[in-house]
Design a protein around this ligand. Structure first.
Ligand code: GDD
Ligand code: MG
Length: 368
């Protein structure tokens, strides 16, 4: 079966992390997120993935041409963003099967796709949409159903007071290929234009209910929470490295000083160097080749490959891009690839730390 992965968005809410790389290529527990998504699709029988790309197209092509993942990969680039509807239609020339899965590229889930496929056949839907129940539906597409699971309304991002249901579009669809006849040419939004028009025309759109782990990795808060959920095993995904103690995964050639203190859960990549007197975790992920200077303390954070942390630094609830450099007391810091986060004043004087997720003095340098 074919699957379309929508990965063309700008990832604006994750800036500056998405300055040098698209959101779907950000690592999730040390594996590029789209690789995890492709593995999840392949496990459900998908053998051909069409990447619908716009922002940073060259990085996707370079990454997935280099990496063999056991499925065929095609690219459907857009010269200008076509919106989610236009992007799906732009993939049509690549489709080989009569049905196709479509997945928003920032959805991290363990949803059982075979059950969605079975429900689609049972209802003979033109489009089946996976649903998720959430406390605040207003940042999503809100869906109302009839008793037979037929969709009665689809309202994208309604105001709080207009939310008629707590069931939302989980960003995973199963389409009959002939559904594409109802997509307008050019740019369109599947959520604001295509699905509402299909419903007006009484076409059979069905919802699929299940209770998966599900999150949209759209914001730094979501991204950190997804890492906590993986480390605390609320969602089962492959962990790179060896579990040397319960909840502590360590990669190859990683060196941890004898007097370092490790608090589970945490994940360390390959060739990490942890200096003397360092305290790591809980809820910490370090990528490959990360260096932690002596007596630094880090928790509730995600550091990508080749990050350097200066001695005595104190890092919490922060995300640092590849080759970033961290120094000082940093809480809620966000740092682009090659960026520098410094907070000398607070370290020396033990001053107040910034509010969570406020970028702290981010200085970015272009890729070398
Ligand atoms: N190729 C391409 N072109 N991809 C795009 C474009 C485009 O013009 N615009 C957005 N995308 C991709 C993004 O990269 C992302 O993977 C996906 O489409 C959804 O875009 P988001 O910007 O993440 O949308 P959202 O999270 O606000 O809302 C969507 O997802 C929710 C579930 O998380 C909607 O589908 C909602 O209805 C849904 O509830
Ligand atoms: Mg999203």
């Amino acid at each position: 079966m074919d699957a379309i992965l929508l990965v063309g968005g700008f990832g604006t809410r994750l800036m500056p992390l998405t300055k040098h790389r698209p959101k779907p290529l950000m690592p999730l527990a040390n594996i590029p997120f789209t690789e995890r998504t492709i593995a999840w699709l392949a496990a459900a029988g998908v053998d051909h993935v069409i990447l619908s790309v716009h922002y940073n197209t060259a990085q996707f092509i370079e990454h997935f041409t280099r990496k063999a993942l056991g499925v065929r990969i095609s690219f459907a680039p857009e010269e200008r963003p076509l919106g989610t509807g236009g992007a799906i239609l732009n993939c049509a020339p690549h489709l080989r099967s009569d049905q196709c899965l479509v997945v928003n590229g920032d959805i991290f889930t363990d949803l059982q796709l075979p059950a969605l496929i079975a429900a689609h056949h049972r209802t003979q839907a033109l489009v089946s949409i996976a649903l998720k129940t959430v406390a605040d539906p207003s940042r999503f597409g809100v869906i109302e159903l009839n008793a037979d699971m037929g969709i009665c309304s689809f309202t994208e991002k309604p105001a709080h007071e207009q939310t008629l249901s707590n069931e939302i579009n989980a960003g995973i669809y199963l389409l009959e290929r002939r559904a594409l006849e109802h997509f307008p040419p050019g740019a369109s939004s599947v959520e604001r234009d295509v699905f509402p028009t299909m419903l007006k025309n009484d076409l059979p759109l069905f919802g699929f209910r299940s209770r998966p782990y599900w999150t949209d990795l759209g914001t730094p808060k979501d991204y950190l929470q997804a890492h906590r959920d993986i480390l605390q095993r609320r969602v089962a995904v492959p962990m790179p490295g060896t579990e040397i103690m319960p909840g502590i995964w360590v990669g190859a050639q990683t060196h941890i000083a004898e007097n370092a203190i490790l608090h589970a859960p945490l994940l360390l990549g390959n060739r990490v160097i942890v200096g003397p007197g360092v305290e790591l975790g809980p809820n910490l992920v370090l990528g490959d080749d990360v260096h932690i200077g002596r007596q630094a303390r880090l928790r509730d954070s995600v550091l990508w490959n080749r990050v350097a942390v200066c001695a005595e630094s104190v890092i919490s609830e922060s995300i640092a891009g590849q080759q970033a450099h961290l120094d000082g007391r940093i809480h809620g810091g966000l740092c682009a690839d090659f960026g520098i986060l410094h907070q000398f004043a607070s370290r020396r004087a033990g001053m107040r730390v910034p509010a969570p997720h406020a970028p702290v003095a981010t200085v970015s340098r272009p890729a070398a």
